[in-house]
Design a protein around this ligand. Structure first.
Ligand SMILES: O=C(O)CCC(=O)C(=O)O
Length: 412
């Protein structure tokens, strides 16, 4: 049989095995040697990465088209925040302004000089790569359709609902409380738990430091401690601030920080194998993240695109840095001042890509509301309260392109 005919038969075999074959994920598909993307992964024209340049709004609705204006060579240098400078009393005020500006204008920034040892970062990428190199049967031990499971291996976005699959396999690890969940994390590779737990603790600490800065940045231009709204706290505010001393900014902020310390952390390890037809599919469809902040670690292969000024732009990775983005909960907490921005992931035909997203929020049973200090007559409340349970219910029931949970929480 000619090699071309053998390839065609292979693609046909994969198509005819259908659902069972796709459920095994894209690493499995890639390793089976396919030369074409099966139909299951082919996006409608307007959702493809490059061919037709369609601009969408936050709900995925089309707001315009234009040939050539949305090409992938539109790279973006995100604002860079230097974490070491943020810790310096002399430089902090200026860096807080830059942070506020990044969260308002881009919803994203790159974090450099973050203090996490490069060994911890390299080990996380390396052990994640080794996890995805394990035989399928070993990875499959962690497959689960239970969204609340402390470990969940899977493929696509929501493999039980997605009509079109995306080109991604993932391992999701719940990280809180670490002492309870660790025993459920993969036992192979043997050093996985240890290295991933160290990484989880380091990113949690970094998240807390960043949230302290974000809380300060939100109060920058406000007359803290004297505004009327402090004394008119609504019942909804109790979820986040029930112990606040209204006259004491530090106490108030400390109470919020305590909620973050006790909050949730979910690590998502993403594996995007090379894809024979990257123009037809995506590694991840357009989505926003649910939490307060996501700290994204990526290897040196680019792929992340964000929506900026109504266009998709590719983020240039800075080696060893984190890409940090505002999630839906922070947009709600900031009463719309900071933006949770849509992003997606491109794949390529040459190199596999690994990323590790660490998503942080309050504990899963806690309500998130607009912060009372940011709500007044001039800035009325713009969002309904929400919690993690409603988010889970929402994503379990819809398809990726309509997955903009935040839109359902808006009051105006
Ligand atoms: O892999 C990436 O660059 C982004 C991953 C992401 O958006 C996610 O895990 O939610």
């Amino acid at each position: 049989m000619s090699p071309t005919l053998a390839m065609t038969n292979l693609t046909r075999d994969v198509e005819s095995q259908g659902v069972a074959s796709y459920q095994k994920g894209v690493k499995h598909l890639y390793e089976s040697g396919i030369s074409k993307v099966p139909d299951k992964y082919i996006l409608p024209l307007q959702d493809r990465p490059d061919n037709v340049n369609v601009r969408t709004n936050k709900s995925g609705g089309i707001i315009g088209t234009g040939k050539g204006e949305n090409k992938n060579n539109n790279n973006l240098k995100l604002p860079v925040i230097d974490f070491a400078e943020l810790q310096s009393p002399a430089k902090r005020p200026q860096v807080l302004k830059a942070l506020a500006n990044a969260c308002e204008q881009y919803g994203f920034f790159q974090l450099v000089n973050h203090g996490i040892p490069s060994e911890v970062i390299n080990d996380m990428i390396e052990v994640s790569t080794r996890f995805f190199e394990l035989p399928f049967e070993e990875r499959a031990k962690y497959m689960s359709s239970d969204m609340k499971s402390s470990v969940r291996y899977g493929t696509s976005f929501n493999q039980n609902k997605d009509k079109v699959f995306c080109w991604r396999d993932f391992l999701k690890l719940l990280c809180n409380p670490l002492s309870d969940v660790l025993a459920h994390w993969p036992s192979s590779p043997v050093d996985f738990r240890n290295l991933a737990a160290t990484y989880a603790k380091e990113t949690k600490y970094l998240f807390l430091m960043l949230m302290e800065a974000i809380v300060d940045s939100l109060l920058l231009e406000r007359n803290v401690g004297t505004t009327k709204e402090h004394d008119e706290k609504t019942t909804e505010d109790q979820g986040l601030e029930n112990d606040d001393n209204h006259n004491n900014k530090n106490n108030s902020n400390n109470n919020i920080m305590k909620k973050f310390q006790d909050g949730s952390q979910l690590m998502v390890v993403n594996c995007y194998p090379p894809c024979p037809q990257p123009d037809l599919t995506l590694g991840m469809p357009s989505h926003s993240d649910y939490g307060f902040l996501t700290l994204l670690l990526q290897d040196d292969v680019q792929g992340l695109q964000i929506q900026f000024q109504d266009k998709w732009v590719t983020v240039d990775p800075i080696p060893g840095s984190f890409v940090v983005n505002v999630g839906d909960h922070l947009e709600i907490f900031s009463n719309g001042r900071y933006n949770s921005v849509l992003h997606r992931v491109l794949v390529n035909s040459k190199r596999a890509r690994i990323s590790v997203a660490s998503l942080h929020s309050l504990s899963f049973d806690c309500m998130v509301s607009p912060w009372s200090k940011l709500v007044d007559e001039a800035n009325p409340r713009r969002y309904k309260d929400t919690d993690f349970a409603s988010f889970l219910e929402y994503i379990s029931s819809c398809e990726p392109k309509r997955k903009n949970f935040l839109e359902t929480r808006k009051l105006t």
